[in-house]
Every structure is written in C-alpha cells, then in structure tokens.
Design a protein around this ligand. Structure first.
Ligand code: MD3
Ligand code: FE
Length: 204
C-alpha cells in the first residue's frame, strides 16, 4: 500500500475476489431500486459518458441547472437506498473519520468512450472529510493532479478491488479517469467498471 504526504492512500487488492463479487451484487440490488441515470452537464446539456446512481441520505445529481446533492432520485422521486453496512464498515476502518458518509455515488463505465474529465469534488460542504473510493471490474487509467487545474498530473492503472482514500490536502486535488482497459476484467456480467465513492456531504 502507498500513503503519500498529501493524504492520498492507494490500496491495491484491498478486496479479494469474493469481496468484489459481493459488492457487485450489492450494486445490482441498489440499482434495482435506484436505476442508473445518464445525467447531462449544466449549461451545455452535454451527456456524461458514464451512468450514475447513489445510495445514502444525499445523492449527487446533475441537470441543465446545476451539479448538486438531492435526497431524492430524480427519476423515481423516492429517497436513495441506504448505504450498505459493509461500506460503512470499510469507511470507519480506513478513514478513521468520526462521522459516517452520507453519499455513496456509483459510477458505471462501459466501452471505449467512457471517461471522466479532470475535476474537483467541490459540491460537498464537508471539505475536510476524507473521500473513499472503490474500483470494481475493468482497469481504469486514473489521473491525479494537485490543488490547481494546471498543476502537473500523474496517471496510473487502477485495478479491480483497489481502494483509494483521499484525506488531508489530496481531498481537494483534481482527478479524473482517462479511459478503461476494456475487457481487462470479467467481474461484471456485462463488462465495464463500477466505481463507488463514499463522501460526507453536510458539515457534521
Ligand atoms: C481525488 N470518480 O465520482 S475515483 C467522482 O473512478 C470521481 O469514477 C472517479 O472522480 C471514478 O467524483 C475517480 C477517485 C476519486 C474520487 C474522488 C476524489 C479521486 C478523488 C476526490 C478528491 C481527490
Ligand atoms: Fe471526483
């Protein structure tokens, strides 16, 4: 495992194959209640290249107006399903943060065009809380920069079962996903990659 001076930890193979499989099944159950949605970006109305859903009391959504958190699924009008206990246990064990996360954003990447442009997570009020991230399925080429948009970036492959924690200064670093190594994993029935991000949204 790697933990750098900026508060970034990289834990490859943190979840074994059974643990990964169990998490894929959890996501399938969540998505049956809260279907994956292809959001559009504010102002431009351009669609993302990935599908998203959430668990928790707060879900991250996007539409032509804004990026924001909502207590309700925009399609069903229902509250998001609860964050599964196994994810809360992972958060408590790895972050040491004294409050539970409120959002588990789930991103689904599929195919050659799936990516997430360089951005910062800044829609949360609790900017001092860590962010915990789980990768399942196809390997992603992940990009990590610094606090400024023009800071130098490094890219590295993130494999299925990897957990990353962004605490301290790294919490506000620019990051994104350049692309997938399509077909590198058979974990998901239809191929592709799932990424789960646990976040505290409101200030405790
Ligand atoms: C670094 N997700 O959902 S994961 C996101 O793989 C997001 O789906 C990507 O960026 C994905 O917002 C990247 C890693 C990640 C998540 C949050 C971070 C890295 C981060 C927050 C701060 C710094
Ligand atoms: Fe992000």
């Amino acid at each position: 495992m790697i933990r750098d001076a900026q508060g970034f930890s990289l834990l490859p193979d943190h979840l074994d194959r059974d643990g990964q499989q169990a998490m894929v099944e959890l996501v399938a159950a969540l998505a049956a209640d809260a279907p994956f949605t292809r959001y559009v970006m504010p102002r431009t109305g351009r669609p993302f290249s990935i599908d998203m859903t959430n668990a928790g009391s707060q879900g991250w959504i996007a539409d032509r107006q804004s990026y924001r958190y909502s207590a309700l699924h925009p399609g069903t009008g229902r509250p998001w399903p609860a964050i599964p206990p196994v994810l809360l246990e992972l958060w408590r064990g790895l972050t040491g943060y004294p409050h539970d996360p409120e959002c588990c954003l789930i991103n689904h990447y599929q195919g050659e065009g799936a990516k997430l442009s360089l951005h910062r997570d800044e829609d949360e009020q609790a900017k001092d809380a860590p962010i915990l991230n789980i990768s399942l399925g196809d390997t992603a080429i992940f990009r990590l920069g610094g606090p400024g948009r023009k800071d130098p970036t490094r890219s590295f492959a993130v494999t299925s079962g990897t957990v990353m924690v962004f605490a301290g200064p790294s919490r506000m670093f620019y990051h994104g996903v350049d692309r997938l190594r399509v077909g590198s994993s058979r974990l998901l029935p239809g191929g592709g990659r799932l990424n789960l991000t646990l976040r505290r949204v409101t200030r405790p």
